[in-house]
Design a binder for this molecule. Structure first.
Ligand code: DWN
Length: 391
């Protein structure tokens, strides 16, 4: 049941030297609700091979917030679970795994250009897609794992059955699986429709994930609500047959929260669809009013999320003059599907700028803190989350 149409969209991380793609090279991004398991997914699902290749531009380690998030988590996991063997699915540039000194530290990262950034010998990297073949290969080489971690990756893989069957192959009987992804509840509450793009095939709620895991005899025993990436959930999961671990009260609490918000009812998503249209109308008005006053607006953080917003709202370089971003791979390329160029972020990038659209709104605190000198001089930031406004 479709509840949202975000129009013609490109692949969100397909940075090229080409200005605006023709409609033919875009696809129509719609989002649907599956009643059976309360699962939200985008309708057109792309294969991993098309999205994650040797030109993938996203590096997890470029933000201070994320480096800290991963470091703190690693410390906690070591203290609580004392893992001897750890596996990370979607390890990106090794920002999480580098914090471990376990006997066996294995990473899976199919984007070769990103995996090649991992220079630490202690991390054993498999540059492949996560599936049964790879799981078996890893099991034959390293045996089973007592800790498996995956952040912002499971929701990016089309076939969830294969994902969890493969995990079951390599997770030891008393092993712990920890996964971390944007929270559907936060996305709905904050009208952050830009969490939907080709890579985010699914946006999980606890209630949907519980149903999917049950089929694989896996069970969530704890949920942590995180601020990262606009509100994420960290799920701690065990094999159902492992009765040594008790179910933490956070599971029930989160379930109550989601049901109170009616995440199991289609009407919630229909309402969200209407809120998204209203958000677009207000953001366009806000931006056009500023442009009518002949002020400059640039974007900050060329995120995958910004690609959804720019293409959905139809913004071009007349409205958002250019984006600045710290990622070397995005430099001097066009924000996918638009004629807006991405420039390398420099310490004085915001000098003489009137307004900044916060593409990386999920790093609001980090960025506003970094740019406080310009804010004091009158620079203004614009965001659309939870509603379009000047901060
Ligand atoms: O799930 C995903 C998330 C984790 O990462 C992927 N599918 C793709 C990607 O999504 P995104 O591009 O929306 O992620 P971020 O982490 O919101 O991207 C932040 C962008 O902003 C990066 O390109 C780096 C940039 N940035 C910057 O230029 N200056 C970020 C910060 C904090 C800064 O100070």
């Amino acid at each position: 049941m479709i509840f949202l149409n975000l129009g013609h969209q490109p692949l969100a991380n397909n940075y090229t030297n080409k200005k605006e793609l023709s409609k033919k090279k875009k696809y129509i991004l719609t989002v649907q609700y599956q009643k059976k398991n309360n699962l939200i997914s985008i309708k057109k699902k792309f294969k991993s091979k098309i999205m994650f290749n040797n030109k993938y531009p996203y590096r997890s380690s470029l933000s201070k917030t994320m480096r800290k998030n991963f470091k703190d988590l690693a410390k906690n996991l070591i203290n609580k679970f004392h893992p001897k063997k750890i596996l990370e699915i979607g390890c990106n540039d090794g920002v999480f795994l580098k914090n471990f000194n376990s006997q066996v530290t294995v990473g899976v990262e199919p984007c070769k250009n990103i995996a090649d950034l991992i220079k630490l010998k202690k991390i054993n990297v498999h540059k492949n897609y996560w599936d049964l073949k790879l799981a078996n290969k890893i099991k034959n080489k390293h045996g089973k794992f007592d800790l498996i971690y995956s952040a912002n990756t499971i929701t990016h893989i089309k076939d969830l059955d294969i994902v969890f069957r493969s995990i079951n192959q390599v997770l030891s009987e008393e092993g712990i699986l920890v996964i971390e992804d944007p929270s559907l509840l936060e996305c709905i509450k904050n009208v952050s429709y830009d969490q939907f793009y080709n890579e985010h095939i699914y946006v999980f709620s606890l209630i949907s994930l519980q149903k999917i895991l049950k089929k694989h005899k896996l069970e969530i025993f704890k949920v942590e609500n995180l601020n990262v990436h606009g509100g994420s959930n960290r799920y701690y999961i065990k094999k159902s047959m492992n009765k040594k671990i008790r179910i933490n009260h956070s599971v029930k609490q989160n379930k109550i929260k989601e049901l109170k918000y009616k995440l199991d009812k289609f009407i919630t998503y229909r309402k969200f669809g209407k809120n998204v249209k209203e958000s677009k109308r207000k953001l366009k008005k806000l931006i056009l009013d500023i442009k009518n006053k002949k002020k400059s607006i640039i974007g900050y953080g060329a995120t995958a999320k910004s690609v959804t917003v720019m293409n959905y709202c139809g913004f071009k370089s007349d409205e958002i003059n250019y984006f600045v971003d710290t990622t070397p791979e995005k430099k001097n390329k066009y924000l996918p599907g638009t004629n807006i160029i991405v420039k390398k972020y420099k310490i004085n990038s915001l000098k003489n700028i009137d307004y900044v659209y916060l593409g990386a709104w999920n790093f609001k605190n980090e960025i506003l803190n970094k740019e406080r000198k310009y804010i004091k001089k009158g620079l203004k930031f614009i965001t659309h989350v939870p509603y379009p406004r000047i901060i």
